[in-house]
Design a protein around this ligand. Structure first.
Ligand code: CA
Length: 224
């Protein structure tokens, strides 16, 4: 899950970025409204955490632009202003939640996850495949309750296969998923990642079957 954090306070911005990373999110930090605006028009994000007092614009202007473009992306407003008017006008403009600084990190984590679960109906539940379990929200992959750590691109392939478990996943759709992590994908890159994943999955009794001309299919040994 990708989060755009719009915060011009360097200390708070860096600290929150680290925390969001720890919670399993990809974070882009924007320190101006203009930077945030261009990031939002070029990259897909799952949530925006928005400070209202930005050096080049009021955060509410950014929110107004976003909703004017019919974007339904969840927005959590984060601000030092605790006036009722700020809160009401932010919510009227289409913010989904509102937190006043200073706040507890644990509360922010809970609210961010609640917003993401609400906006991704299909991401409410863990995906289980044999001994593998994926929490798509936090991108935590576990085997028998122990974390299985994968390099980002291998994780991307694994996630694509698990989200579509039981169906053949085309190479194109895997490539699209990876494109958001990296811009230079060699022609045979997906084959390489699949090859590596096969070795990791073999001890778990899970196979990645190549369906010629169509893509890949996740299978368990017991499926035979
Ligand atoms: Ca600020």
């Amino acid at each position: 899950m990708r989060i755009l954090l719009v915060e011009d306070d360097a200390v708070l911005g860096d600290g929150l970025s680290l925390s969001l990373n720890d919670w399993g999110f990809d974070v882009t930090l924007a320190v101006t409204g203009n930077y945030a605006s261009s990031a939002l028009s070029t990259q897909p994000y799952d949530l925006v955490i928005l400070d209202l007092g930005l050096p080049d614009m009021d955060g509410r202007e950014l929110l107004r632009q976003l909703r004017a473009r019919k974007s339904a992306i969840p927005v959590l407003i984060l601000t030092a202003r605790d006036g009722l008017n700020d809160r009401v006008s932010g919510l009227e403009l289409g913010a989904d939640d509102y937190m006043t600084k200073p706040f507890e990190l644990r509360e922010l984590e809970a609210r961010v996850k609640a917003l993401l679960r609400r906006s991704h109906g299909g991401f409410n539940h863990d995906i289980r495949f044999g001994r593998l379990v994926l929490d798509p929200l936090t991108q935590q992959l576990t085997v028998d309750d122990k974390p299985m750590l994968l390099p980002p691109r291998e994780y991307g392939v694994m996630e694509a296969l698990l989200l579509q478990a039981g169906r053949v996943v085309s190479k194109d759709s895997i490539a699209q998923r990876l494109a958001s992590h990296s811009d230079d994908l060699a022609d045979n890159a997906i084959e390489v990642y699949v090859h590596r994943l096969r070795k990791r999955l073999e001890p778990l009794g899970i196979r990645i079957r190549t369906v010629r001309g169509l893509g890949y299919l996740l299978e368990q040994d017991s499926d035979e």
